[in-house]
Design a protein around this ligand. Structure first.
Ligand code: HEM
Length: 143
Protein backbone atom coordinates (compact mmCIF):
# COMPACT_ATOMS: atom_id res chain seq x y z
CA UNK A 1 0.00 0.00 0.00
CA UNK A 2 1.19 3.49 -0.76
CA UNK A 3 2.23 5.52 2.23
CA UNK A 4 0.48 8.76 3.09
CA UNK A 5 3.70 10.61 2.28
CA UNK A 6 3.93 9.10 -1.20
CA UNK A 7 0.30 9.97 -1.88
CA UNK A 8 0.87 13.52 -0.73
CA UNK A 9 3.99 13.80 -2.89
CA UNK A 10 2.02 12.53 -5.87
CA UNK A 11 -0.69 15.07 -5.27
CA UNK A 12 1.82 17.92 -5.18
CA UNK A 13 3.40 16.67 -8.40
CA UNK A 14 0.05 16.58 -10.15
CA UNK A 15 -0.70 20.16 -9.08
CA UNK A 16 2.65 21.26 -10.56
CA UNK A 17 2.20 19.44 -13.85
CA UNK A 18 0.97 21.56 -16.74
CA UNK A 19 1.26 20.61 -20.39
CA UNK A 20 3.85 22.31 -22.54
CA UNK A 21 2.90 24.44 -25.47
CA UNK A 22 4.40 27.37 -27.30
CA UNK A 23 2.82 30.73 -27.92
CA UNK A 24 3.48 34.45 -27.62
CA UNK A 25 3.38 34.53 -23.83
CA UNK A 26 6.62 32.49 -23.70
CA UNK A 27 9.26 34.70 -22.14
CA UNK A 28 6.89 37.11 -20.40
CA UNK A 29 7.60 37.81 -16.74
CA UNK A 30 4.35 36.05 -15.79
CA UNK A 31 5.26 32.99 -17.84
CA UNK A 32 8.61 32.90 -16.02
CA UNK A 33 6.84 33.23 -12.65
CA UNK A 34 4.58 30.31 -13.57
CA UNK A 35 7.58 28.22 -14.63
CA UNK A 36 9.17 28.89 -11.22
CA UNK A 37 5.95 27.85 -9.51
CA UNK A 38 5.98 24.57 -11.37
CA UNK A 39 9.64 23.90 -10.43
CA UNK A 40 9.09 24.86 -6.78
CA UNK A 41 6.04 22.58 -6.59
CA UNK A 42 8.17 19.66 -7.78
CA UNK A 43 10.82 20.36 -5.16
CA UNK A 44 8.10 20.76 -2.55
CA UNK A 45 6.84 17.26 -3.40
CA UNK A 46 10.35 15.92 -2.86
CA UNK A 47 10.73 17.73 0.49
CA UNK A 48 7.41 16.42 1.74
CA UNK A 49 8.29 12.88 0.69
CA UNK A 50 11.58 13.16 2.60
CA UNK A 51 9.75 14.72 5.55
CA UNK A 52 12.04 17.70 5.16
CA UNK A 53 9.54 20.09 6.67
CA UNK A 54 11.98 22.98 7.22
CA UNK A 55 12.86 22.98 3.54
CA UNK A 56 9.18 22.60 2.58
CA UNK A 57 8.40 25.64 4.72
CA UNK A 58 11.06 27.72 2.91
CA UNK A 59 9.80 26.49 -0.44
CA UNK A 60 6.30 27.68 0.37
CA UNK A 61 7.73 31.09 1.32
CA UNK A 62 9.38 31.20 -2.13
CA UNK A 63 6.13 30.13 -3.82
CA UNK A 64 4.24 32.90 -2.03
CA UNK A 65 6.88 35.46 -3.05
CA UNK A 66 6.57 34.31 -6.70
CA UNK A 67 2.77 34.57 -6.52
CA UNK A 68 3.11 38.12 -5.16
CA UNK A 69 5.25 38.99 -8.20
CA UNK A 70 2.79 37.28 -10.55
CA UNK A 71 -0.02 39.32 -8.95
CA UNK A 72 1.52 42.51 -10.36
CA UNK A 73 1.81 41.15 -13.93
CA UNK A 74 -0.81 41.25 -16.66
CA UNK A 75 -1.95 37.93 -18.19
CA UNK A 76 -1.17 37.79 -21.91
CA UNK A 77 -4.83 37.00 -22.59
CA UNK A 78 -5.71 40.61 -21.63
CA UNK A 79 -3.17 41.94 -24.14
CA UNK A 80 -4.44 39.54 -26.79
CA UNK A 81 -8.00 40.76 -26.20
CA UNK A 82 -6.81 44.38 -26.40
CA UNK A 83 -8.32 45.24 -23.00
CA UNK A 84 -7.70 48.73 -21.66
CA UNK A 85 -9.07 51.26 -19.17
CA UNK A 86 -11.91 50.14 -16.89
CA UNK A 87 -12.29 46.74 -18.57
CA UNK A 88 -8.62 45.95 -18.05
CA UNK A 89 -8.77 47.17 -14.45
CA UNK A 90 -11.84 45.00 -13.72
CA UNK A 91 -10.33 41.84 -15.25
CA UNK A 92 -7.03 42.48 -13.51
CA UNK A 93 -8.85 42.79 -10.17
CA UNK A 94 -10.52 39.40 -10.83
CA UNK A 95 -7.14 37.90 -11.66
CA UNK A 96 -5.57 39.34 -8.51
CA UNK A 97 -8.35 37.98 -6.33
CA UNK A 98 -7.71 34.40 -7.58
CA UNK A 99 -3.98 34.90 -6.95
CA UNK A 100 -4.83 36.12 -3.44
CA UNK A 101 -6.97 33.03 -2.80
CA UNK A 102 -4.03 30.90 -3.98
CA UNK A 103 -1.63 32.67 -1.59
CA UNK A 104 -4.08 32.06 1.27
CA UNK A 105 -4.28 28.36 0.33
CA UNK A 106 -0.47 28.05 0.36
CA UNK A 107 -0.38 29.71 3.80
CA UNK A 108 -2.87 27.11 5.04
CA UNK A 109 -0.76 24.33 3.48
CA UNK A 110 2.26 25.72 5.32
CA UNK A 111 0.34 25.60 8.60
CA UNK A 112 -0.78 22.03 7.92
CA UNK A 113 2.79 20.89 7.17
CA UNK A 114 4.08 22.62 10.29
CA UNK A 115 1.44 20.74 12.28
CA UNK A 116 2.29 17.53 10.34
CA UNK A 117 -1.42 17.31 9.59
CA UNK A 118 -1.35 15.34 6.35
CA UNK A 119 -5.13 15.22 6.00
CA UNK A 120 -5.38 19.03 6.10
CA UNK A 121 -2.32 19.27 3.81
CA UNK A 122 -4.10 17.04 1.27
CA UNK A 123 -7.22 19.17 1.46
CA UNK A 124 -5.20 22.32 0.84
CA UNK A 125 -3.37 20.72 -2.09
CA UNK A 126 -6.73 19.85 -3.58
CA UNK A 127 -7.77 23.49 -3.13
CA UNK A 128 -4.54 24.72 -4.75
CA UNK A 129 -5.14 22.38 -7.70
CA UNK A 130 -8.65 23.80 -8.10
CA UNK A 131 -7.39 27.38 -7.93
CA UNK A 132 -4.74 26.65 -10.54
CA UNK A 133 -7.46 25.27 -12.83
CA UNK A 134 -9.75 28.21 -12.12
CA UNK A 135 -6.92 30.69 -12.79
CA UNK A 136 -5.83 29.00 -16.00
CA UNK A 137 -9.38 28.61 -17.31
CA UNK A 138 -10.17 32.28 -16.73
CA UNK A 139 -6.88 34.03 -17.47
CA UNK A 140 -4.54 31.83 -19.52
CA UNK A 141 -4.64 31.99 -23.26
CA UNK A 142 -3.51 28.94 -25.23
CA UNK A 143 0.11 29.34 -24.24
C1 HEM B 1 0.33 25.97 -8.13
C2 HEM B 1 -0.32 26.73 -8.93
C3 HEM B 1 0.10 27.01 -10.35
C4 HEM B 1 1.03 26.40 -11.15
C5 HEM B 1 1.96 25.23 -10.79
C6 HEM B 1 1.00 27.08 -12.44
C7 HEM B 1 1.80 26.76 -13.52
C8 HEM B 1 1.76 27.39 -14.77
C9 HEM B 1 2.57 27.01 -15.90
C10 HEM B 1 3.59 25.87 -15.92
C11 HEM B 1 2.24 27.87 -16.92
C12 HEM B 1 2.82 27.84 -18.33
C13 HEM B 1 1.89 26.97 -19.15
C14 HEM B 1 2.43 26.47 -20.44
O1 HEM B 1 3.64 26.58 -20.71
O2 HEM B 1 1.59 25.93 -21.19
C15 HEM B 1 1.24 28.78 -16.44
C16 HEM B 1 0.69 29.81 -17.16
C17 HEM B 1 -0.21 30.72 -16.67
N1 HEM B 1 -0.78 30.72 -15.41
FE1 HEM B 1 -0.36 29.42 -13.92
N2 HEM B 1 0.07 28.09 -12.39
C18 HEM B 1 -0.52 28.08 -11.15
C19 HEM B 1 -1.52 28.92 -10.69
C20 HEM B 1 -2.07 29.98 -11.42
C21 HEM B 1 -3.11 30.89 -10.92
C22 HEM B 1 -3.75 30.80 -9.54
C23 HEM B 1 -3.35 31.79 -11.93
C24 HEM B 1 -4.31 32.97 -11.99
C25 HEM B 1 -4.97 33.49 -10.99
C26 HEM B 1 -2.47 31.45 -13.04
C27 HEM B 1 -2.43 32.14 -14.25
C28 HEM B 1 -1.64 31.79 -15.32
C29 HEM B 1 -1.62 32.55 -16.56
C30 HEM B 1 -2.42 33.82 -16.85
C31 HEM B 1 -0.71 31.88 -17.41
C32 HEM B 1 -0.30 32.29 -18.83
C33 HEM B 1 0.91 33.22 -18.77
C34 HEM B 1 0.71 34.60 -19.39
O3 HEM B 1 -0.43 35.04 -19.59
O4 HEM B 1 1.74 35.28 -19.65
N3 HEM B 1 -1.72 30.34 -12.70
N4 HEM B 1 0.96 28.46 -15.11
Amino acid sequence: MLSKKALLGGLIMSVGAVSFSYADCDGTALHDNMGSLKTEMKSLAFDVKKENFASADQRIDTIIAVLKEAREETPYLFVEKGLSGDKLAARKADYQSVIDETITAFMALDGALEAKDSSKAKTMLGEIGKLRKKGHRAFKTDC
